[in-house]
Design a protein. Structure first.
Length: 264
C-alpha cells in the first residue's frame, strides 16, 4: 500500500515541477516566435537567383567587349548596383528559416541552416563561384578572406558597441560580411544606418534581419571583423567573369623538428 502512494506522490511532484517550468521551456524552445515571424519564400528566391544570373551573363559580355577602362568601370558600377539591390532581396527570402549549428539547408525553408552555411549559400546562389560546403566550415576571418583582401578589413576587438557603430558609419555603403567570435553574417550598410542579416543561434533561432539596436549577437561579441564585398572592385570583376574563388583555409604550421642527437 505504501509503495503505490509513494509513486503517486512522485508523479504529482513531477507534474507540478513540469507545470512550473513550462514558461522556461517556452523561452528555451520558442516555437511560436519562429512561426509568427516572416516565412521563407523559396519561389521568389529561385526567381531572383535565375534573373540575377541572366543579368550577370549579359554584363559579362559587355565587360568582355568593352574597349577601355572607363567603359569597364561603368559596367562594374552597374554590376555593383545590381548586387546591392538583389542580395538583400535574396536574404529576405530566408527570413524565418530555422537555425541549427549543423544546418545545411540548400534553400529557404528547406530545413535548418547554420550561420556559415547561410552566408555561403546566399553568395553562391548570387553567382559567386565558391564551394559552399568548404566555405561554410571556415572561421569567419577565412570566410571574409575568401572574397576580399584582409587589408581592407575593419577590425573592432574589445571595444564598446557604440564605438563599433561609429566606425561602421564611416564604411562605404554596400553589402558587407561581419565576422564575430563564433559567428558570421551579412551587414547591410545603407544611408547612415546598417542592418545585420544572419542565421541566429540566439532567440528566435532562425534567419533574422535586425537593426543596430536589436542585433544582440553583434552587441555581445567582443570581436567584430567587417569587410565590404560590393565596394571591392577586384571581387566585382571576379563575379562578372564568373571566376572561381579559392576558399581560404587556416595556415597549418609545420611541427617543430625533433632535436638532433649529438654524434659520438
Amino acid at each position: 500500500m505504501r509503495r503505490p502512494v509513494l509513486i503517486l506522490i512522485s508523479l504529482l511532484v513531477l507534474a507540478l515541477t513540469a507545470w512550473q517550468l513550462m514558461p522556461r521551456f517556452r523561452e528555451w524552445f520558442p516555437v511560436a516566435s519562429v512561426s509568427s515571424g516572416p516565412k521563407p519564400d523559396p519561389a521568389t528566391y529561385l526567381t531572383l537567383c535565375a534573373d540575377l544570373e541572366k543579368r550577370r551573363a549579359a554584363l559579362e559580355k559587355r565587360h568582355l567587349a568593352a574597349r577601355g577602362e572607363s567603359d569597364r568601370a561603368i559596367i562594374e558600377a552597374d554590376a555593383r548596383a545590381d548586387l546591392e539591390s538583389t542580395l538583400p532581396a535574396m536574404m529576405k527570402c530566408w527570413l524565418g528559416t530555422p537555425w541549427d549549428f549543423n544546418g545545411t539547408a540548400a534553400g529557404p525553408g528547406q530545413g535548418k541552416i547554420a550561420c556559415g552555411y547561410f552566408v555561403a549559400t546566399v553568395l553562391r546562389d548570387a553567382g559567386f563561384r565558391v564551394d559552399r560546403y568548404k566555405l561554410a566550415q571556415q572561421a569567419s576571418e577565412h570566410i571574409l578572406q575568401t572574397f576580399i583582401d584582409r587589408k581592407s578589413f575593419q577590425l573592432s576587438a574589445g571595444k564598446p558597441y557604440e564605438s563599433f557603430v561609429s566606425s561602421v558609419g564611416k564604411i562605404e555603403p554596400g553589402i558587407c560580411l561581419v565576422g564575430l567570435d563564433t559567428h558570421v553574417g551579412f551587414l547591410i550598410r545603407e544611408g547612415s544606418v546598417f542592418r545585420m542579416v544572419h542565421s541566429s543561434g540566439s532567440q528566435p533561432w532562425c534567419v533574422v534581419d535586425e537593426d543596430r539596436d536589436h542585433a544582440v549577437v553583434l552587441q555581445r561579441s567582443s570581436y567584430r571583423l567587417v569587410g565590404n564585398l560590393t565596394a571591392d572592385k577586384t571581387l566585382i570583376r571576379k563575379w562578372l567573369r564568373a571566376e572561381p574563388l579559392k576558399v581560404q583555409l587556416p595556415t597549418v604550421k609545420p611541427a617543430p623538428a625533433s632535436p638532433a642527437r649529438a654524434g659520438r
